[in-house]
Write a protein that binds this ligand. Structure first.
Ligand code: FAD
Length: 470
């Protein structure tokens, strides 16, 4: 009975895109004028998606908008787990699918591990695992979006898009030429040894967190009053598992909660020879990798004796993830998109947020305009549901971090989760763990699911209703 209720609730509450996207009420394209020039700094997921969307809406409404996208082709970190919410957004809003040759695994099971044991959580709708960049000799997801910005657009529209890479935007300044609002100075030098410059009407910053504390962004903050979101440290690496004595990971991802103190680690499989390892709340050290791979619950699935020396790039990349929203992220003729806004679901599903935000920003420019008032109405207002739910996400993360340090709680948590394994999909605790992987429920719903599952466990124990689970 409860299981049917939980399954029904999961289905009802996971309305995905429809929950997040509110179409604009009046849809006359009264925004950017014909001949406007928009410059996007950063060609990751958000910048590429935005460029495609702006060009496509301009074409739909017969506007000629020039788009320049400047990108420094740094590695965009590893990761590459695409949720179904992100896939649907990509397909419905951008008319793009993930080509088969990019898909390295369809993940249909999550093994949750804490200090006191493990539990298997079934994912009824598999998640798609890809590489992000093409630097490892296989095509990457982020790169594939950039390569398909003009797919399906007319030759005339495509000719209005200029991608300048690999180039770093060094500075954005106010323009004094009387015609344009901004001047973007690029690191590339012309043959006469002067810096390349772009004179432009609108500037869109899509640089991601690698730009934090760099002169370009710091100067832009000073110029506009933009304040980046708060972040916590993260870390990521790709592990080469070809040296494993055995590898039974198959289509499973792993969440390792509190195995490294105060951190949540994820293992995402990428085919028989790859495993991505991401960590929230800390910069990974080599001894952490050894500790993780020697954990008895991990060893049930893989035995990789020299894991710390089996890293694809021989490096552990440190990164950052946001835990709150930025302040002043738009103004007259400028806006921030992607991670640097902090408007998405914290700690999960960054692709989805980048796709959604890019769409809202492009729509606002085409239908309303690039002034601060228009951006407030068409862009900011439609992102406002994120921070409220993220409050729950932040508390959940912090409370769990404290509790997982308590032996009794870790044991209790595993016992409650295991008690639900008399059916494949489990019940409240399984639903919550599943949603952390799939991104299909709000943090509010996840908090309620965890609470109900954990409160209910002793009553079921007393009533003798509990199966033996694993
Ligand atoms: C370790 C880690 C793992 C993750 N894994 C996942 C995952 O599996 N699934 C998921 O959905 N989300 C994941 N995310 C979140 C996701 O990566 C981000 O939400 C998403 O990449 C944000 O896109 P973006 O375009 O804002 O920034 P980015 O992807 O960082 O792109 C920014 C681009 O701007 C360029 N750039 C920077 N400065 C300049 C400059 N001055 N001039 C020109 N170009 C510049 C950079 O080179 C880069 O190409 C992960 C995040 C981290 C940190």
């Amino acid at each position: 009975m409860t299981k049917t209720l939980v399954a029904g609730l999961e289905k009802y509450l996971s309305k995905g895109l429809a929950d997040h996207y509110r179409p604009l009420k009046d849809t006359l394209p009264n925004g950017l004028k014909d001949g406007s020039h928009v410059t996007v700094i950063g060609g990751g997921i958000a910048g590429s998606a935005f460029a495609r969307q702006l060009a496509s809406l301009a074409q739909e409404h017969d506007k000629s908008i020039k788009i320049s996208m400047v990108n420094s082709t740094n590695c965009n970190y590893c990761g590459g787990l695409i949720t179904n919410v992100a896939l649907d957004t990509l397909s419905q809003m951008y008319k793009l699918e993930v080509p088969d040759n990019l898909v390295l695994k369809q993940v249909d099971e999550c093994i949750y591990i804490n200090q006191e044991g493990s539990v298997t959580v079934h994912l009824p709708h598999p998640l798609t695992a890809t590489l992000r960049t093409s630097r490892f000799g296989l095509p990457g997801f982020d790169d594939s979006i950039k390569e398909r910005i003009t797919d399906g657009l007319s030759a005339e529209t495509a000719a209005n898009i200029e991608i300048i890479e690999p180039t770093l935007a060094k500075k954005v300044e106010k323009n004094n030429d009387g015609k344009h609002k901004w001047r973007v100075i690029l690191s590339k030098r012309n043959s006469d040894n002067t810096n390349m410059v772009i004179d432009t009407d609108v500037v869109v910053i899509a640089c991601g967190f690698r730009a934090l504390k760099r002169p370009m962004l710091e100067n832009f903050q000073h110029l506009t009053g933009y304040k980046p979101p708060q972040t916590i440290p993260a870390s990521v690496t790709e592990v080469d598992t070809s040296g494993a004595i055995y590898n039974k990971i198959d289509n499973r991802m792993f969440i390792l909660d509190g195995i490294i103190k105060d951190c949540v680690v994820a293992f995402v499989p990428k085919g028989p020879k790859w495993l991505t390892l991401t960590v929230l709340n800390r910069k990974l050290e080599k001894q952490d990798i050894t500790e993780l791979f020697q954990h008895p619950e991990v060893k049930k699935y893989i035995d990789l004796p020299d894991a710390a020396n089996s890293l694809r790039c021989h490096t552990l990349c440190s990164a950052q993830v946001y835990t709150g929203a930025s302040v002043n992220f738009y103004g007259d003729d400028w806006l921030i998109i992607g991670d640097l806004t902090g408007y998405g679901r914290i700690l999960k599903d960054g692709y989805f947020a980048a796709f959604l935000g890019a769409r809202l920003a492009a729509e606002t420019l085409i239908y309303y305009g690039s002034d601060k008032r228009s951006l407030k109405k068409g862009y900011h207002k439609r992102l406002k549901h994120f921070p409220k739910d993220n409050l729950f996400g932040r508390h959940l993360f912090n409370i769990n971090k404290r509790l997982q340090n308590q032996k009794w709680f870790s044991r209790y948590f595993i016992a409650a989760a295991r008690s639900e394994t008399d059916t494949e999909d489990g019940s409240w605790v399984h639903g919550a763990l599943r949603a952390l992987s799939t991104g299909e429920l709000t943090y509010r719903a996840i908090a309620v699911f965890f609470t109900l599952g954990l409160i209910r466990y002793p009553f079921r124990l007393l009533a003798g209703k509990i199966g033996r689970g694993k």
